[in-house]
Design a protein around this ligand. Structure first.
Ligand code: XUL
Length: 608
């Protein structure tokens, strides 16, 4: 007689979809299901998962839609043959920074759910003090961000304490704006969840604790002290007082493993879950992505989706306003380093399209091969002769986060010997040279910002990541993979990471396995590392570090850094003159962003 294996479920509540994945304790994927909000839940009239109020740079998602999505994804998993009695534990990932506002009735409503009725009809709208969750793409909080950056003296200090300077999407500034804009709803709020802890709460039948990794996306948590920051809480809480806000936020669970409790009776009655199924801590989608494989310290994941994300697990806490540090979701003593760019694939596609247009190729037949050819046929940094200058540019069709500047394109020449940098479009063969320059520009930025965090494996080798794993659409492009190896290195090579449709959901399922089966003191990396089938999940696509080319690009790096500084300075001047004329706009308001948001209807901001 064969015994039925235990299953572990991982969920990913992302911007446009809810994904679910079921794995065994040997980490084999058994079932997967997906709900796409735009397509499957048209009644919510979302576009790419969200509602946009461009006049205020607001981006929101309806919470009720996520509850409907949960019911639908569970039904779809069942249609695929899952037996929920086999599920031993559940974990999940949620888009970071978003917040859900529970009403005073939520606690009792969650506890008394009736299995004969749907979750949504029982919870919506009464369990919430507000129907919407501000989304990570929201950019309405510049005024609040200015207050956060000032609160501890400087953005450097805010980054040192919380791991990040103030960002529009971070939950602290969002709560402050919510309180000012909806004072009655704020007062009627009993608890505030992040998207990850919101989803966990549905499974748990009570409001779940915020997780130790995800809490770092709020600008409220003092990472080194391991506690809420009092002055930041006070700022967000205003005259209502930080004590009340503290109650709304609840405890933060410091252990990313173990069980928060067993599954709510509603899931047992409605879907046949085992009443003993554990609900493990849920975390943010980025922390969850680094759990999709047993990432070693100084290994990096570069996600080349519509936007670009660079994630690294590191024991070094070196905060800086240019990037993010978060607690590692499972392993105390490690941190997650993150860079998050808005302009990734969309920016590359624009250059590809212009090159195709030049060759009179219609939009339906746009080819990457023409773009790739331009890179094959040119030299690093577009240097034509040994004594000709290097060329480099910045390509931001959308306002960028890293660095924080408005939309635009900038092209420069740079001479490493004299360090002469000049803005010079006329020196370029356009649009062809943009192909190499945009790829190099995106990778230069990663190298510039990650170099403080990596070490040398050997005195002869410069500091760089160990293994670099590429995911997302851009990872299929071999010329991008090659350029990443040449510029960013990778002492143990560059790999394509094939973890199926959702690395975040898989990471969550891995987390459920580790959370439940770990022995005393056994780390995630050890447990998952010993069970992980590397050959099925990664393919080496480039050898990585090559001394000559890496050094060559090193000569261009100071030029790239200076070019960025010039553009940031120009931005500051523009903002100052806008402030002077309007007298209203705050120092970092970005009038371009409204127009771009409208024009692109959020194309390119979603990660998936
Ligand atoms: C990270 C961020 C995005 C969202 C996407 O800071 O805002 O990556 O987590 O879901």
């Amino acid at each position: 007689m064969t015994s039925t294996p235990s299953l572990y479920l991982g969920f990913d509540l992302s911007t446009q979809q809810l994904k679910a994945i079921a794995i065994t304790s040997r980490l084999e994927v058994i079932h997967e299901a997906l709900v796409e909000f735009d397509v499957d839940l048209p009644q919510y009239r979302v576009e790419k998962g969200v509602h946009v109020n461009a006049s205020e740079n607001e981006v929101n998602a309806p919470v009720a839609m996520w509850i409907d999505a949960l019911e639908l994804v569970l039904t779809r998993l069942k249609e695929k043959g899952i037996d929920y009695r086999q599920v031993k534990a559940i974990s999940g990932a949620g888009q970071q920074h978003g917040s859900v506002y529970w009403s005073k009735d939520a606690g009792s409503m969650l506890q008394e759910l009736d299995g004969s009725k749907s979750l949504r009809e029982q919870l919506d709208p009464k369990a919430f003090s507000h129907p919407d969750s501000p989304n990570w793409q929201d950019a309405s909080t510049q005024k609040e961000c200015d207050e956060f950056d000032k609160c501890l003296g400087s953005e450097e200090e805010l980054a040192r304490i919380t791991g990040s300077k103030a960002h529009h999407r971070f939950t602290g500034p969002q709560i402050l704006r919510f309180r000012n804009k909806h004072p009655d709803a704020y007062r009627a709020t009993s608890r505030i969840s992040l998207v990850s802890s919101f989803l966990a709460s549905l499974f748990l039948g009570r409001v779940a604790a915020i997780d130790i990794g995800d809490v770092c996306g709020m600008n409220l948590w003092d990472i080194q002290q391991g506690q809420w920051s009092d002055p930041l809480l006070e700022l967000a809480a205003g005259e209502e007082g930080s004590k009340l806000l503290l109650q709304k936020l609840g405890e933060v669970r410091k252990d990313g493993g173990g069980s928060m409790g067993s599954i709510s009776k509603w899931f047992v009655d409605r879907h046949g879950f085992n009443p003993e199924c554990s609900v493990c801590p849920f975390t943010g989608d980025n922390p969850s992505s680094i759990l999709s494989l047993p990432l070693k310290s100084e290994d990096a994941i570069v996600s080349l989706g519509t936007s670009t994300t660079f994630l690294m697990s590191t024991p070094r806490y070196v905060p800086d306003p240019a990037y993010h540090f978060m607690n590692h979701p499972t392993t105390p003593g490690l941190y997650m380093f993150m860079l998050c760019y808005k302009n990734g694939g969309l920016a590359r596609e624009q250059v590809r399209d212009t090159i195709n247009d030049m060759r009179k190729i219609g939009p339906h037949a746009y080819r990457w091969s023409l773009f790739d050819e331009e890179i094959f046929e040119s030299a690093p940094m577009l240097r034509r002769e040994p004594d000709s200058p290097l060329k480099m540019g910045l390509y931001f069709p959308l306002p960028e986060i890293v660095p924080n500047v408005r939309a635009g394109t900038w092209r420069y020449t740079y001479r490493p010997d004299t360090q002469r940098l000049a803005r010079q479009d006329e020196a370029w063969s356009l649009p062809m040279e943009d192909a190499r320059a945009i790829i190099e520009s995106q990778i230069f930025s990663l190298r510039l910002r990650s170099q403080k965090l990596v070490t040398s494996p050997h005195p002869d080798v410069p500091p760089q990541p160990r293994r670099i794993f590429l995911t997302g659409g851009g990872a299929q492009n071999m010329i991008i993979a090659r350029t990443i190896g040449e510029m960013l290195g990778g002492t143990e090579g560059v790999y394509q990471l094939d973890v199926g449709g959702s690395g975040c959901a898989l990471g969550a399922a891995h987390k459920a396995v580790w959370a439940t089966e770990r022995k005393e003191g056994e780390t995630f990396e050890d447990l998952i590392g010993s069970r992980w089938n590397e050959s099925g999940a990664i393919t080496k696509v480039n050898k990585g570090y090559e001394r000559g080319l890496y050094k060559e690009y090193g000569k261009g790096l100071p030029g790239f850094a200076t070019m960025e500084q010039e553009v940031v300075r120009e931005e500051a001047e523009l903002r100052q003159s806008e402030n002077a004329t309007s007298g209203e706009l705050s120092s970092k308001d970005d009038p371009a962003s409204t127009a771009v948001l409208e024009k692109l209807s959020l194309e390119g901001q979603g990660k998936e």
